[in-house]
Design a protein around this ligand. Structure first.
Ligand SMILES: [Zn+2]
Length: 483
């Protein structure tokens, strides 16, 4: 029997507005608990919320970037529940009238074809405070600094092109993160809790039109955990179907150590929250001119840039997709082009060498010290054989971490290519004398892997400063000339 999974994300994204959603407290992280609050975000009775216009615009921008319809009339509702992190006993959110509806996000489906994952809605709401439990479970503390920070919730549509596999799920989340960073409405850092996803999973027999009960998995701190939770849940639900057991609609928690999901509670339905319009906030009317103005303010997004790079520069699709998924990278690429670097050469350097150097240094492109001008210069030095590719890797690593003057650096450290054939020959002779076993192999067969070993020995003796091709040619010649 074939089964299909239906995977729907509810992603909460913290917006990087200057202030909170309904008060003038700064929207910034504070180490000291309850230091960044006022009577409004601490939920005192009788206080009046005032809506943050920037948050509204950010929510609409997300909707436009995700191909949504923007509703002209919308309002906020109170979503009631008791939990200590929500001091008013209700959260100001949106129920029946979200800002954005019926959008999609394009990915490449498992069958290799473009697939537009349906987005049901995007609404704006306030975040809750944070509970901190003491390690011995004797006490719990509440920090309201996060209370009323603006977040948008992006909800997938289970009826319109839902995600069907872990691979599609990962792609969806990465692209979503990339798009929201592009439009500059959130840092979208998973580690800092700016980008938090719950996932609804259900399984049905392939071709069936009815939906089985779904489970919602919460508390996942990484893409890896999300992928593992989905895999586990799909297997668990298939087993339930096959053994004729019912799958309860419930909320489950992902245990990262055991890598399993465990039941937390049966899932609430919307009517349990008693939504009703917040009488303290007026209805919002958005005219089309205003929406169009926001649409025009959006930058060119990753997908469009990716097609353009392939079309205009002839860059490999896989490289173009990697570079354009991140706005900072894409901007660095375009800036470097201005210094005359060949686009195809540049994309290879970025995906291969720059990524490696950034990874080794543990920094992202926006935090690294490398300027586009210096990067272009480094590439041209290798092209002009002023330095070798091997030496350039070392220099690039340095440039990512420290601001350097490239010309001085090469001069002071004596990193220029060795053009002196006599010197290279002397190093080859040394290597040949030391590695007689390898020499014998190469003499018998010039394609023997021992040749690469010998080249490596000579490169080591020249500190990577000799041209590899030249070393190879001279080396083969020297071996042939040996008696
Ligand atoms: Zn406040």
């Amino acid at each position: 029997m074939d089964y299909e999974a239906i995977i729907c994300f509810e992603t909460h994204v913290e917006l990087s507005t200057a202030t909170k959603l309904f008060c003038s407290c700064l929207n910034e992280f504070s180490e000291k608990p309850n230091s960044n609050i006022c009577p409004i975000c601490a939920g005192h009775p009788g206080t009046m919320p005032v809506l943050n216009k920037q948050a509204v615009e950010y929510c609409i921008m997300a909707g436009l970037a995700l191909n949504c319809h923007i509703n002209n009339r919308t309002y906020f509702e109170r979503k009631h529940y008791f939990y200590p992190d929500i001091p008013k006993c209700y959260q100001i959110s949106q129920g029946s009238a979200p800002f954005c509806e019926f959008g999609f996000l394009g990915i490449i489906g498992d069958d290799g074809n473009p697939y537009d994952v349906g987005i049901r809605r995007i609404h704006l709401e306030e975040d809750a405070g944070k509970l901190i439990h003491s390690p011995d479970s004797a006490a719990s503390y509440i920090d309201y600094n996060r209370s009323s920070v603006p977040i948008i919730e992006i909800v997938c549509d289970h009826e319109r092109n839902p995600i069907r596999s872990v691979r599609e799920a990962k792609q969806y989340l990465k692209k979503l993160q990339g798009i929201l960073r592009y439009i500059g409405i959130s840092e979208c850092s998973i580690e800092k809790g700016h980008f938090r996803s719950d996932v609804n999973i259900s399984v049905r027999k392939a071709g069936s039109v009815n939906f089985n009960n779904r489970c919602e998995v919460k508390n996942m701190a990484s893409f890896k955990a999300i992928a593992e939770a989905i895999e586990f849940e799909v297997k668990r639900q298939i087993k339930l179907i096959e053994t004729g057991k019912a799958n309860n609609q419930e909320t489950r928690h992902f245990d990262e150590d055991k890598r399993v999901t465990v039941s937390m509670r049966t899932k609430e339905n919307a009517h349990d929250y008693r939504y009703f319009p917040d009488p303290n906030l007026v209805e919002i009317y958005l005219d089309n001119d205003y929406i169009e103005k926001l649409r025009r303010s959006l930058p060119e997004l990753g997908d469009s840039r990716c097609s353009r790079y392939i079309r205009e520069y002839g860059i490999a699709e896989s490289e173009a997709a990697i570079i354009t998924n991140d706005r900072e990278l894409s901007e660095f690429f375009e800036k470097t082009l201005e210094f005359g670097t060949d686009p195809k050469l540049l994309s290879k350097w970025m995906v291969r060498d720059l990524f490696n150097a950034l990874k080794n240094a543990g920094v992202t492109i926006d935090l690294c010290r490398l300027s586009s001008e210096n990067f272009a210069k480094l590439i041209s030095f290798v092209e002009d054989k002023i330095i070798t590719a091997a030496v350039s890797k070392e220099i690039l690593q340095e440039m990512v971490q420290n601001e350097i003057n490239l010309d001085d650096f090469i001069k002071v450290r004596n990193l220029s290519s060795i053009r002196d054939d006599v010197f290279i020959m002397s190093k080859i002779s040394e290597a040949l004398a030391e590695q007689t076993a390898s020499v014998a192999k190469v003499k018998k067969d010039p394609y023997d892997p021992a040749l690469n070993f010998l080249i490596g020995q000579v490169m080591k003796k020249t500190a990577g400063k000799a041209d590899v091709k030249k070393v190879k040619d001279l080396l083969l010649q020297a071996v042939t000339n040996l008696g």
